[in-house]
Write a protein that binds this ligand. Structure first.
Ligand code: SF4
Ligand code: SF4
Length: 123
């Protein structure tokens, strides 16, 4: 993750959604997600502790949402964490990113300006 990644000063999605995934991603089932950080929510699904009730906040989120945050198990995070992308990070809008940020009073991320739309190029 690069230093200018907006997620490093956000963390809203880790403190808004239920983060659930197939149980097979947990260490005891041969995956990488530490068992002690999850709770079983169905016979075949687990969720990150802290995200199954409101207000949600994943137990692995360190720091203050909207200021500076860090995932303490970044290399062992589950598939929904790996697949959730910040809006416009790869050119795609992610309305769920907007929704999580809005829930924490943060504005939506904006797409990068097109080169010929940059202020110094406007007549
Ligand atoms: S809500 Fe969006 S910007 Fe914030 S941490 Fe999640 S993906 Fe990143
Ligand atoms: S495991 Fe890490 S990336 Fe996933 S919700 Fe928790 S803090 Fe966020």
């Amino acid at each position: 993750m690069s230093d200018n990644n907006p997620c490093l000063t956000c963390g809203a999605c880790c403190a808004h959604f239920r983060v659930s995934f197939y149980w097979g991603e947990c260490q005891s089932a041969g995956g990488v997600v530490p068992d002690e950080l999850v709770e079983q929510i169905t016979p075949h699904h687990a969720a990150m502790r802290g995200t199954t009730s409101k207000p949600a906040r994943c137990v692995s989120l360190l720091g203050e949402v909207g200021c500076g945050v860090r995932c303490t198990m970044y290399e062992q995070r589950s598939s929904p964490c790996r697949e959730f992308e910040a809006s416009w990070e790869y050119g795609e809008h992610n309305p769920r990113c907007d929704a999580a940020r809005a829930a924490h009073g943060l504005p939506p991320l904006t797409p990068p300006l097109e080169p010929d739309m940059a202020p110094d190029r406007v007549a």
